[in-house]
Ligand binder design. Structure first.
Ligand SMILES: [Zn+2]
Length: 176
């Protein structure tokens, strides 16, 4: 009867007055079961003090989520800035061409068509050269023929490069 009474106090963590506390203390000295229970209670209370304050976990989660959002926002603005810078740079580089095109669209279109036709023709000639070359290969060529072919190819590619360079520069020169 008395023992049950002390166990209830200990289990419910009852606030004891001085007389009750004295009563409990004297009982704990004689009853190992209640002493163990009291010990457990102290341990639990200590653990509760060590464990995070209520709401800490949710606060931590909120902070983590906020950090993630901030990071995502940072990444977004970083990408946005990169794209914007790229666009501005591209616009700045392309502006003279666009300006020249707007000033004389016909000239530019003619130049573009000319360049396109030139490229196609060049590729056709090049393909023909390769096909001729492949037809010739089976025959055993004298070394000087190889040299002639090699220099012809080199000359052709040089000519082609110069033509492209002139073509790509001509419209810019016309706009000035
Ligand atoms: Zn007891």
């Amino acid at each position: 009867m008395k023992r049950q009474h002390f166990e209830d106090w200990l289990l419910n963590d009852k606030k004891l007055n001085e007389a009750e506390q004295r009563e409990l203390d004297s009982h704990l000295r004689t009853c190992s079961s209640c002493a163990a229970l009291a010990e457990t209670g102290f341990a639990l209370r200590a653990a509760r003090m060590i464990s995070p304050a209520p709401g800490f976990t949710s606060r931590f989660k909120i902070r983590l989520a906020a950090q993630k959002i901030a990071e995502r926002r940072r990444k977004f603005w970083g990408a946005f800035l990169l794209i914007l810078t790229g666009a501005i740079l591209f616009a700045w580089l392309a502006a003279p061409y666009v300006y020249a095109f707007l000033l004389s669209p016909a000239e530019w279109i003619t130049a573009a068509i000319g360049y396109f036709l030139f490229t196609v023709t060049s590729l056709q000639i090049f393909a023909e050269m390769i096909s001729v070359f492949l037809k010739v290969i089976p025959d055993i060529l004298p070394p000087y023929a190889w040299m002639v072919i090699a220099s012809a190819l080199a000359g052709f590619s040089l000519l082609w490069t110069i033509s492209i360079w002139r073509f790509s520069r001509a419209p810019q020169g016309a706009s000035l």
